[in-house]
Design a protein around this ligand. Sequence first.
Ligand code: ADE
Length: 257
Amino acid sequence: MSAIPDRPIALLSPMVEERDALFHRLTDAATHAIGTLQVVTGKLEGHSVVLAESGVGKVASAAITTLIATALDCRAIVVCGVAGGIDPELGIGDVVIADRLIQHDYGHLTNQGIRNFRPGIAPLGEARDRIAFDLHPELLMRIGAAVKDIQLLPLPSDLGVVTRRPPRIAFGPIVSGDQFINSEDVRERLHRDYAALAVEMEGAAVAQAAELIGIPCIVIRSLSDLAGAESHLDFPKFLRAVAPTAAEVVSRIVSVL
Ligand code: ADE
């Protein structure tokens, strides 16, 4: 078994299809065990990384973040995978890079709906703390510069996607919760309440763990569905086709982390 490199960047993908899109880009790949968890170390564009499948949802992904980042002394964590699109300007295949991450399901639930609190703070009384985990503005600028000139390839036409234009990269809020969103009403609410561009099930939980550890958390997602009435059909249809786009964007930003 080869040695684990010094201070790698952790790459986490919730599902195996998302993990494989990154695995194909690694050189010097070697498997290791951390307790019962299998991880792959290697190089991505010459940078030391450790890749793992985090599992779906906030608890699984935060637990694995803590395990890997502390066991291997990781210097940053990148979540790479797919998401449901929330902003009506975006389409399947587009990529969202989170400038802020919010746990949309953490808070105080009444007949009037949810009032969010910062995760970890008791959700009662007045919510005084910021609810979002923000990416450091300087790191955000470096990532913006690194992706500025990327030309992404359109999805294959036989998949029947509505837009044939090349995927676009957008920066904005991503919301996370332990729910697969398959509802126009919820999609509209997430856009209205958080100005969210996309929804997924891990990013803001990984950000909470990363904040505690003291390392940056970057979340990069390609859109597999639009979180509305068709999302349960679109997700399995587009998962494998769009996952490589997020992996490509990750490979372009590792040099600035
Ligand atoms: N990940 C991909 N699509 C999603 C959706 N519609 N809801 C939550 N997480 C997702």
